[in-house]
Design a protein around this ligand. Structure first.
Ligand SMILES: [Zn+2]
Ligand SMILES: [Zn+2]
Length: 228
């Protein structure tokens, strides 16, 4: 085992996701620049970017997904097979475990994101709760609520940036007492050998994000209007 814990951002999107711009090259560049030992790639509906990056093997890469369940988002970490969206929480967690991964509740209490909320039952077999999400709003309040939820469920606490742009990578990260392979990292998270750390993304980035999404919505409307 390493003497010092690994510093891993457990929630990063790439341009393979439907809502992010970061190339795989940028993931590696900014992860190194911001002092990380690794990242979990948690794109929506695709493992393509994550699995490509695993092959490049420059950092500890945890292949994962951010899955939309019927109630909110769950991060599947350390998986190599796709898991369909829109299933119940129970079915989603079962499929994540069958795929050899762990199920982490994503941003459960954040306004304007699809979280599972604070009333999650304790019998759902979940493995951890993301208590720090740099994109969360309101950041400090949602962090407080998420920590309270994790304590009630008696689950380990993770942190991730939820980066949709390269410069956001590493704004939050989880210190993990593990060797640098993804199986060990997943096991350390499950056992709670982790510490969440991080801060919110800047207001300037939030404004840029808003502009990016508005442009995308306009483009989609325009293209659907004129497509046959
Ligand atoms: Zn989400
Ligand atoms: Zn996300």
């Amino acid at each position: 085992m390493k003497n010092s814990p690994l510093k891993i951002d457990l929630h990063v999107h790439t341009c393979y996701s439907e809502d992010a711009t970061t190339t795989l090259k940028e993931v590696v560049h900014y992860a190194k620049k911001n002092g990380l030992d690794g990242v979990a790639i948690t794109d929506h509906k695709t493992l393509q970017g994550a699995l490509k990056l695993v092959k490049r093997n420059q950092l500890t890469i945890i292949p994962g997904l951010e899955i939309e369940t019927q109630r909110g988002h769950i991060l599947a970490l350390n998986i190599k097979t796709l898991i369909p969206p829109k299933l119940s929480i129970t079915e989603t967690v079962q499929k994540i475990h069958e795929a050899g991964g762990i199920a982490v509740v994503a941003h459960p209490t954040v306004v304007l994101k699809t979280g599972l909320g604070q009333k999650i039952k304790s019998n759902l077999n979940l493995d951890a709760v993301e208590v720090i999400n740099s994109s969360a709003f309101p950041f400090f309040l949602s962090t407080h609520w998420s920590c309270r939820l994790a304590k009630r469920l008696n689950l380990p606490q993770t942190a991730g940036s939820d980066a949709h742009h390269a410069t956001e990578i590493g704004a939050a990260y989880t210190l993990v007492d593990a060797d640098s392979n993804s199986d060990d990292v997943a096991e350390a998270i499950r056992k709670g050998a982790i510490t969440p750390c991080g801060k919110p993304i800047t207001w300037a980035r939030r404004v840029e994000r808003g502009a990016f999404y508005l442009t995308r919505i306009r483009r989609r409307r325009y293209s659907s209007k004129f497509s046959i």
